[in-house]
Design a protein around this ligand. Sequence first.
Ligand SMILES: CC(C)(COP(=O)(O)OP(=O)(O)OC[C@H]1O[C@@H](n2cnc3c(N)ncnc32)[C@H](O)[C@@H]1OP(=O)(O)O)[C@@H](O)C(=O)NCCC(=O)NCCS
Length: 196
Amino acid sequence: MRISPLRLSDAQHLADIFSKHEVYKLYARGKPIGEEQWRKSLQPVVQCWAEKMAGAPSVLSWRSLWLAGGSSGSGYLGHIGVGCPNKHGVVELSYSLHPDHWGHGYVTEALKIILVEDVLAVEEAKAIKITAHPENLRSLAVATRIGMVLVREGKQRFGSIRDKYKLSVDKLKKRATEWKKKGLSYSIIFENLPLY
Ligand SMILES: CC(C)(COP(=O)(O)OP(=O)(O)OC[C@H]1O[C@@H](n2cnc3c(N)ncnc32)[C@H](O)[C@@H]1OP(=O)(O)O)[C@@H](O)C(=O)NCCC(=O)NCCS
C-alpha cells in the first residue's frame, strides 16, 4: 500500500467511493457526496499541505491510500483525514475505503503509521477521536482496533446521530510501541510527495 498527501484531483476518487450506498448511508447526512462538494471541502486541506511542504508547521493532514504501484483511479483505496487539534488538543480523524477493498485491514494498518507520523509528531495533540453512527459497525471496529473507547453515545452531529470514541495521546504512545514490536501486515510506502 502507498500512503500519500491528499491532492485536489483525489476528489474524483472520493466522489466515486461516496456514490456507493453502503458508504454514504451511515455517513454524515446519509446522502452521496459528489466531486464538486469534495473539491470544496478539500481546498483548505490541500492548502495546508502546500504550507507544510513549504516548511510551515501546519498540523492538519489528510492522506490518500493507494494500492502499491497504482497511480490511476483503479489503484485508489480511500482516505484518512487528520484534523487540527481543537483547543483541548483533541484531533478528529476520518476515514473511508472503497467497498471493493473492505475487509483487508488497509485502514487499520495505514492509521498505525499516520497516527505515529502525523499525530504523535504534533505537540498540541492530547487525544484522538472519531464520531460515527452507532450502526456504522465497520467504522467503530476500526476505532476499537486502534484502542479507542466509547466516551459518549448518540449525539446529533453532521445531521445524524453519532457516538464518540476517543484515545489519549499517552495511551496512543503505548499502543504505538506495541505496533512497532509486532510490525505491520503490509509493506507500506509512506510518501510526502509534491502536491500537484
Ligand atoms: C470504515 C471503513 C473504512 C472500514 O473498512 P474496513 O475494511 O472494515 O476496515 P479495515 O481496512 O481496517 O479492515 C478491517 C477488516 O479487515 C480484516 N483484516 C484483515 N487483515 C487485517 C489486518 N492486518 N489488520 C486489521 N484488520 C484486518 C479485519 O478482520 C476486518 O474485517 P471484518 O470486519 O470482516 O472482520 C469502511 O467501512 C468505510 O469506508 N465505510 C464508509 C465510510 C465511513 O463510514 N467512514 C467512517 C466515518 S468516521
